[in-house]
Design a protein around this ligand. Structure first.
Ligand code: HSE
Length: 428
């Protein structure tokens, strides 16, 4: 049986999950993979802290050189957040000839080119199943299970914090602030949830998925990204009126003119499989040219789900399987940049909410201007006017070019038919 000494840098929530699984279920790895995995060195800034767990095999230290200088340790589990110290530690490990298993999506999305080139130079690899959607094996699915497919579209809910907040806004009519507070109290949201709620975390994960699915560099700065922090209880109620719910949706859809790539709050028709992915769960709907649609649902964060993905990578790396597969796909070393489709050329369904005076001719005026711009209405709803005579007119459209949709909205807002700027959202 092969003994595999592992290093761990970062003993936080996910590190604790790794320690738990290796302590409790080491026999699984022996039986299933013929590997005797053990933690030899754990590097943490707080080695004296009592975590209620102490792997018998491990030296616990705050000195990374202990791990770097140990030729026994070929694989390092890198669970350091951020992109500064995390990058330095990753670089040091690669230069020392260690394979890296990481959960850090920001690091890969922002510095993947450089880090993978360095890994190739030192003939080691970087495995990152845990960086996207925690316990869902989406990287392995795209890399291996769906290898016979051209990917025709990825539609994904990739942030549990946002999904929890949106679910609670939908279920209870809570406003955004109250739902966020609840998510924080239950430990689903960070004390500082900025990168979750503004869409950045989802954008990092989408960039990684797109890179694998479409084989090239993704210009992260061009990835359009909107979060959920501006959504109101009215948006959620309006979605319900239109037979939909709102999810923070990551979309990657190729076309002959470029890759449509965005993160945005999106109306999902209630009968679409992604509409039932609720609470802190993630869901990834992949359209393959041969397999057709596949939906993977699971927990995208948390100690054990993320550690599950980390240890799947550890097994692939320690058996040599990952290195063979990764070099076959050259995930992050491709020089080719994937061209992105400009927003104006995207062809999608949309939703608009017009606030109007309840007067004869207003509805006809709006539909007239929509029709003039070639907007085909999928469904339309007008609520009972309020006491001041204001009414909501809500419209969902068939798919059309974004430029045409926004030209119609601009014309309507300029026409004097609306009392406030029109609210628009994407619709799946
Ligand atoms: N904070 C993320 C989430 C998990 O809420 O899904 C880590 O990316």
């Amino acid at each position: 049986m092969e003994r595999c000494a592992l290093g761990l840098i970062g003993w936080g929530t996910v590190g604790g999950g790794v320690v738990d699984i290796l302590t409790r279920d080491a026999a699984l790895f022996r039986e299933r993979c013929g590997l005797d995995l053990y933690l030899k060195t754990i590097v943490t800034r707080t080695p004296a802290r009592d975590r209620g767990q102490k792997p018998a095999s491990a030296t616990i230290t705050d000195r990374v050189d202990v791990l770097l200088n140990d030729p026994d340790i070929r694989t390092v589990i890198h669970l350091v957040g951020g992109t500064t110290a995390a990058k330095d530690l990753c670089v040091a490990c690669l230069k020392a000839g260690k394979h890296i298993v990481t959960a850090n999506k920001a690091l890969l999305a922002e510095h993947g080119d450089e880090l993978f080139a360095l890994a190739a130079k030192h003939q080691v690899t970087i495995a990152f199943e845990a960086a996207v959607a925690g316990g869902i094996p989406i990287i392995a699915a795209l890399r291996d299970g769906l290898v016979a497919n051209r990917i025709e579209g990825i539609y994904a809910i990739l942030n549990g914090t946002c999904n929890y907040i949106l679910t609670r806004m939908t279920e209870d009519g809570k406003d955004y602030g109250a739902a966020l507070t609840e998510a924080q109290e239950l430990g689903y949201a960070e004390a500082d949830p900025t990168l979750d709620v503004n869409g950045t975390d989802t954008a990092h994960k989408l960039a990684i998925l797109a890179r694998i699915a479409f084989h090239g560099r993704i210009p992260l700065a061009e990835l359009r990204c909107e979060g959920i922090d501006k959504l109101t209880a009215q948006d959620i109620e309006s979605a319900r009126t239109m037979g939909a719910c709102i999810k923070l949706l990551a979309v990657a859809k190729p076309s002959t003119r470029g890759l449509e790539l965005r993160v945005a709050p999106t109306l999902i028709p209630i009968d679409h499989p992604l509409a039932s992915v609720n609470k802190n769960y993630n869901g990834i709907y992949v359209h393959g040219s041969a397999a057709g649609p596949t939906l993977l649902v699971g927990q995208g964060a948390g100690a054990l789900p993320t550690a599950s993905a980390v240890l799947a990578d550890v097994v692939d790396v320690c058996t040599g399987r990952y290195l063979a597969t990764a070099s076959r796909f050259q995930f992050f070393t491709s020089a080719h940049a994937v061209p992105l489709l400009p927003e104006s050329d995207e062809v999608t369904s949309s939703y608009a909410r017009f606030i109007v005076a309840d007067k004869p001719g207003v509805l006809a005026g709006i539909t007239g201007l929509l029709s003039k711009q070639g907007v085909s209405v999928l469904n339309i709803h007008q609520g009972t006017p309020n006491q001041s005579g204001q009414a909501l007119i809500e419209v969902s459209t068939h798919p059309l070019k974004s430029a045409d949709f926004f030209a119609a909205i601009h014309a309507i807002d300029q026409s004097g038919l609306t009392l406030k700027p029109t609210v628009t959202l994407r619709r799946l």
